[in-house]
Each structure stands twice: as structure tokens, then as C-alpha cells.
Write a protein that binds this ligand. Structure first.
Ligand code: GLU
Ligand code: ZN
Length: 313
């Protein structure tokens, strides 16, 4: 038995069926968990209805099952966990670590992605805004959050990734980011951390498209950790290269990446293992899906995954 427990997860958003890029993440996180005798949890991140596609959750679940990627414990839907996210918001708000932001989309579009603290500086209290009946987002107040975590070593902002090495962007460059959206939806950054904590996740294996979120999530993890019991202080991260089209464009639901063909499950898992540089032997094509999965677990070596942000199909 391993000396420390391993709990991994796959956390797809049901914005469409799985494509080869998302299958890579599923296979990589599954193999890494199972090769550590760990658990692999499945969490459907369905808290952004405008981006969701009807039937996508069920399609994802079916694809995973037919590919022999079977999860441990009960399947979790984020849409059923609003009370947890609300508690987290209240915890942050209760410590004065957030503020309401009423900036318009137009104003935000002039900011090149990093919020300038306008509403914090203007010091518009929530009551004032509610009085005005202006719709407001909630932003984390980064400086106050860092002060609150007075033992939060800023050098921790240099996170380590098992594949990508140091994740080097500067925490203070992030800007005060949104944890509750103006449209009333919980922000992905908040929900993902609340659930990773609540589920006792120890290892996050996912695509490099989420690399830049890691600092934000690590900060929230440290803030919210104080209110939870089960938590590892630190998550282990591994960001695998995303698959890109020959044009350099990331394979995604938006650019109509083809859905995985469930009738080719064994071939698909072999293709995924090949993309992940695990070099499955040719003979495996003659074997069963179960044997392919077994081989993948027994021979899994995360160090073989190339240290790249993207790889071409
Ligand atoms: N739900 C996110 C996505 O599909 C992934 C969350 C995560 O793995 O941290 O992009
Ligand atoms: Zn604002």
C-alpha cells in the first residue's frame, strides 16, 4: 500500500461530448490514480448552464463507462452543491476578503484580462450597490487575502507541476478575480476549489489550458482550507499538453472537435496512451479493452509525458 492516500478526479464541464483532448485528461488522471492504488472520482461541473449542451453529461458518462474508465464513489454534480459554494462565499465575505464589482463588460474589456481594482478602490460597499440595485459580481480582494494568510509564503506562488515544472506566473499579477458572477452563477475558480477540498482531492491531473488558473485556485485553497477538516494543504498538480489541430488551434468543443466514437473504445484508449508517450506495444491491439487498461495502469509513467503546453494531433 502507498504511504499516503491518493484521491484524483476527472471534472468535465458538460459543454459537449468528450473529444480526444478531453479523453487524454480522463485517461491520464485515471492511470495516475490507479497506478498509485488511488481513488479516481468523477465530478460533472455543470454550474454554467449557458455553456452547457443538453445530454452532454449523460454522453460523457456513457463514454467513460464504455472506455472502462470507471470511477470510485458516488458521481458528483456541481449543480447540486450550491449550498457548499454559498458557504464558501460567506466565509470569504465574512472575513472581508471580497468586494462587489459593478464594472460593465465594456469597462472590463479595456483592461487586458487583469482587473485593476476599480471597485475596491472606489470602496463601494455591498449595501450601497444593493441600494442602487446594480447587478454585481463578487471579487476576491487579493491583498487582503494575502494579508489574511499571513503565513502564506509568496514563494509558494511558484507552484511545482509534475510535468510542466515551476508554474511561474506572479500571484500579484492576477488581479482581483471573480468568485461569484454578475449573472448570479458561482465562478468555476470557486466551485472547483470547494469541491477539491470537500472531496479530499490530493492530485489534480488536467490540461495545460487550466495552468494559469492554478495560482488562483491555490490561493482559494489556502483560504478555504481553514474552514474545512479533511484537507491536504497542498495539491499535487500535473498539467498535460492539450491536443491542438495542425493550425495550432486547441482541440475544443468550440472548434467542433469530433466526439469520441464509443465503438472504438479500445483503439481510443491506445491512441490516448500513445499521445501521452506511454508507448503501448503493438500486440495490445489484439487484446481486450480490459487488458489495455490493465497494461496502462501497470506501465504508467507520468515522467514520459512531454513537457509541452500543446501537442499537435
Ligand atoms: N471543468 C473544467 C473543464 O472542463 C476542468 C476543471 C479541472 O479539471 O480543474 O475545463
Ligand atoms: Zn468593478
Amino acid at each position: 500500500m502507498p504511504s499516503s492516500p491518493y484521491i484524483g478526479r476527472f471534472a468535465p464541464s458538460p459543454s459537449g461530448p468528450l473529444h480526444m483532448g478531453s479523453l487524454l485528461c480522463a485517461v491520464a488522471s485515471f492511470m495516475d490514480a490507479k497506478s498509485h492504488q488511488g481513488k479516481w472520482l468523477l465530478r460533472i461541473e455543470d454550474i454554467d448552464p449557458p455553456r452547457e449542451q443538453t445530454g452532454a453529461s449523460d454522453a460523457i458518462i456513457e463514454t467513460l463507462q464504455l472506455h472502462g474508465l470507471l470511477w470510485d464513489e458516488a458521481l458528483v454534480y456541481q449543480s447540486q452543491r450550491s449550498s457548499l459554494y454559498k458557504q464558501a462565499l460567506e466565509f470569504i465575505d465574512g472575513h472581508n476578503l471580497s468586494y462587489a464589482c459593478t464594472c460593465t463588460r465594456k469597462r472590463l474589456s479595456t483592461l487586458a484580462g487583469v482587473y485593476d481594482g476599480h471597485c475596491r478602490i472606489n470602496n463601494r460597499s455591498k449595501n450601497e450597490i444593493n441600494g442602487d440595485k446594480l447587478p454585481a459580481a463578487t471579487r476576491i480582494d487579493l491583498q487582503s487575502a494575502l494579508a489574511h494568510l499571513n503565513n502564506y509564503d509568496l514563494s509558494e506562488a511558484t507552484l511545482w507541476d509534475q510535468i510542466q515544472g515551476h508554474i511561474n506566473n506572479d500571484l500579484t499579477d492576477l488581479g482581483d478575480f471573480i468568485i461569484h458572477r454578475k449573472d448570479g452563477l458561482f465562478a468555476y475558480q470557486l466551485a472547483v476549489v470547494v469541491d477539491d477540498l470537500a472531496q479530499g482531492i490530493t492530485h489534480v491531473v488536467r490540461g495545460t489550458d487550466l495552468l494559469d488558473c492554478t495560482h488562483k485556485q491555490n490561493l482559494l485553497l489556502h483560504l478555504l482550507h481553514k474552514s474545512s477538516q479533511v484537507t491536504p494543504q497542498k495539491l499535487n498538480y500535473a498539467h498535460i499538453p492539450v491536443l491542438s489541430l495542425p493550425t495550432g488551434l486547441k482541440l475544443s468543443k468550440q472548434n467542433h472537435a469530433p466526439a469520441i466514437d464509443n465503438y472504438k473504445a479500445k483503439e481510443n484508449v491506445l491512441v490516448a496512451l500513445t499521445y501521452l508517450h506511454q508507448s503501448p506495444p503493438r500486440e495490445l491491439t489484439q487484446q481486450s479493452l480490459h487488458q489495455v487498461i490493465q497494461w496502462g495502469i501497470e506501465n504508467w509513467d507520468i515522467k514520459k509525458i512531454p513537457k509541452q503546453k500543446a501537442m499537435c494531433m
